[in-house]
Design a protein around this ligand. Structure first.
Ligand code: DGT
Ligand code: MG
Length: 352
């Protein structure tokens, strides 16, 4: 009787928020393929299909070793027929014909380029494609009306496409930290998003700002904006090199803004980087920290777990118990996991 380890099926819990998933991925070829199909579905407004592929990829990311045989997948959650076909194709042929043809399709390429412009979503990109616009030059030549965000996005396209390094994120943290300290000395700023999960690069830099005294965070964002605008006027006065940041765009949609520009000290040239700033009252800080740390799928799964398994509603602001009809307070991420009946998962293991 053989007990071949190759055919011992893997076993993982059903929700990504029940699993520890570091950045170490033993199945990158498979998860890249499924992620590409997820991206294509999301760009085509098929969110259900997108989530299905994301969940399947997350299950494979959580496995302790590489999949070599389809029989190892028996009984794993979230692997639907479509995902299994793609995995089988890759295990048998080295590539998936569906993934390859998607990657090469004109529509996918155009959607990627156009939605790569800051401020352009899949609906806008789709409309442009139907009008015959497939690339940046065609967009520039088309005379389409662009809003302010999109204009800046188009202007800084190459910079924004380039990943942000941890060193850049830390430099920006220093700049924004100084700005925050000068408008509100007690306020605190935390790096969230992928960098908090241990990633070494990101598509943006995410910060969460709070104040130890409830209510004192009110008005913090406008003050921060004024401070940064005074730096812009310093730029206009031709002392460019001592002011290392200007914010190009501020989305005053509540307490959030993004897209900034700063000087790269080495090259002495401006570089645009996406920065997401969020301000949270201290009473909501733990929820905001959990909600803005990601990964996106981990967040989605936390909310699904809360809703389906616990009868609760989780957001980046609060946790609500639907049966008891009341909000549940928490002052740390650990407390939120405990309220949800989940084992605490530290940020570097939330890379679902
Ligand atoms: P990156 O930047 O490529 O390394 O990837 P992440 O993981 O930093 O993802 P990002 O920057 O898009 O978002 C960070 C987290 O913030 C993500 O897990 C979900 C959350 N998030 C993003 N956008 C929104 C939003 O509009 N509302 C809320 N509540 N959360 C958001
Ligand atoms: Mg990010």
């Amino acid at each position: 009787l053989m007990n071949d380890s190759e055919v011992t099926p893997f076993s993982v819990p059903g929700y990504a928020c029940q699993r520890r998933c570091t950045l170490e991925n033993h199945n990158a070829v498979l998860t890249d393929a499924l992620s590409l199909l997820a991206e294509n579905a999301e760009l085509s407004d098929e969110d259900g299909r997108g989530v299905a592929f994301r969940r399947a990829a997350a299950v494979l990311k959580a496995l302790p070793s590489a999949v070599t045989n389809m029989s190892q997948l028996t009984g794993l959650p979230c692997l639907g027929g479509h995902s299994l076909r793609v995995i089988k194709d890759i295990l048998e042929n080295g590539t998936s014909s569906e993934v390859e043809s998607t990657k090469e399709s004109e529509r996918f390429k155009a959607l990627k380029v156009l939605t790569g412009i800051f401020g352009v979503g899949s609906k806008t990109a789709d409309r442009w494609i139907r009008e015959g616009i497939h690339n940046l030059q065609q967009l520039r030549d088309s005379g389409q009306t662009l809003n302010r965000a999109q204009q800046a996005g188009l202007e800084h396209y190459d910079d924004i496409k380039q990943p942000v390094s941890l060193a850049e994120a830390e430099a920006i943290r220093g700049i924004v930290g100084r700005a925050v300290a000068s408008v509100s000395p007690e306020a605190q700023i935390v790096l969230t998003g992928g960098f908090r999960r241990g990633k070494l690069t990101g598509h943006d830099v995410d910060f969460l700002i709070t104040h130890p005294e409830e209510g004192s965070e009110v008005g913090l964002m406008p003050k921060l904006v004024s401070w940064l605008e005074s730096r812009v006027s310093c730029h206009l006065q031709n002392v460019l090199l001592i002011c290392d940041v200007i914010f190009l765009l501020m989305f005053a949609l509540f307490c959030r803004f993004s897209l900034c520009c700063f000087i790269d000290k080495q090259t002495r040239r401006w570089r645009a980087v996406r920065v997401d700033l969020v301000v949270s009252p201290i009473s909501q800080f733990a929820f905001a920290l959990l909600g803005w740390t990601g990964s996106k799928l981990f967040e989605r799964e936390l909310r699904r777990w809360a809703g389906h398994e616990k009868g609760m509603s989780l957001s980046s602001h609060a946790l609500y118990d639907n049966k008891q009809g009341r909000y549940i307070r928490a002052s740390s991420e650990e407390e939120i996991f405990a309220h949800l009946g989940l084992e605490f998962i530290p940020p570097n293991e939330r890379n679902a």
